[in-house]
Design a protein around this ligand. Sequence first.
Ligand SMILES: O=c1ccn([C@@H]2O[C@H](COP(=O)(O)O)[C@@H](O)[C@H]2O)c(=O)[nH]1
Length: 287
Amino acid sequence: MTFGDRLAAVFAERGRLCVGIDPHAHLLEAWGLPATADGLRSFGLTAVEAVAGRAGIVKPQVAFFERFGAAGYAALEDVLAAARAAGLLVIADVKRGDIGTSVTAYAEAWLTPGSPLEADAMTVAAYQGVGSLADAMALGESAGKGLFVLAATSNPEAAAVQQAVVQSGPRANQSVARAIIEDVHAFNQEQSGPRPFGSVGLVLGATVDLADYGIDVATAGERTPALPVLAPGFGHQGARVEDAARLFGSLASGVIVSESRGLLTAGPAGLADAVARRAEEVRAAHV
Ligand SMILES: O=c1ccn([C@@H]2O[C@H](COP(=O)(O)O)[C@@H](O)[C@H]2O)c(=O)[nH]1
């Protein structure tokens, strides 16, 4: 099964809400947990338990685990394993990027079946060119795993770089974000066999107006296979679930609605209900 097949199944069975697992220091404190690797483990496992059966996707933010070095990674391994055992689709938010050989090693770490850090998909950065991700994308495709390439991210500081216009090559005169979308689509199209979604998707923030990047949402999603879109920015960063269909237009069929702090502030006792409510709101919004 390709990652695109698995994503389609999750959308159909459990909807498109993705709960971010971001153990910020202030959240650990609010949850009554110590600022230690054990605190992270407990936070992550509690979040997994709250999401399982209520939504289908989780996105651990690896940065918060890295703060604790090897012990943090051991906690993360346990959280990843628990999430996958619970049948959740796991997107490791690692945002890796480098020359091709090194990105491939990152992909081996996060996407190889049986790896201690195995996830179902990972986030990657294309600052060194989408071509630098080619072997990692091929590795993901053959392992049934996915990659999400940063294109138009939710943070305002990114706009100047991501709206900059490509000067040469086949994507000349397109914005950087648009060129990344076109390259990702070309990769998905080159893969053999019918599939509802490609195995490689984009990160498109729900806080941005894609028209500012030269992306026409009315047509950008009219592609086969469809593009998976990891859309952070809901909740704490200000985007609203009820606006998702309008924001993403023809891309909406591939959108994963991602929210971390907005849900995690419900605390360990309230998280399951908060997730169930938001999952229902996402369904009602017909994203
Ligand atoms: O463009 C991006 C890419 C990734 N993120 C990550 O998503 C979550 C958002 O957390 P909230 O608490 O819902 O704001 C976080 O892990 C970011 O690193 C993003 O926000 N924007």
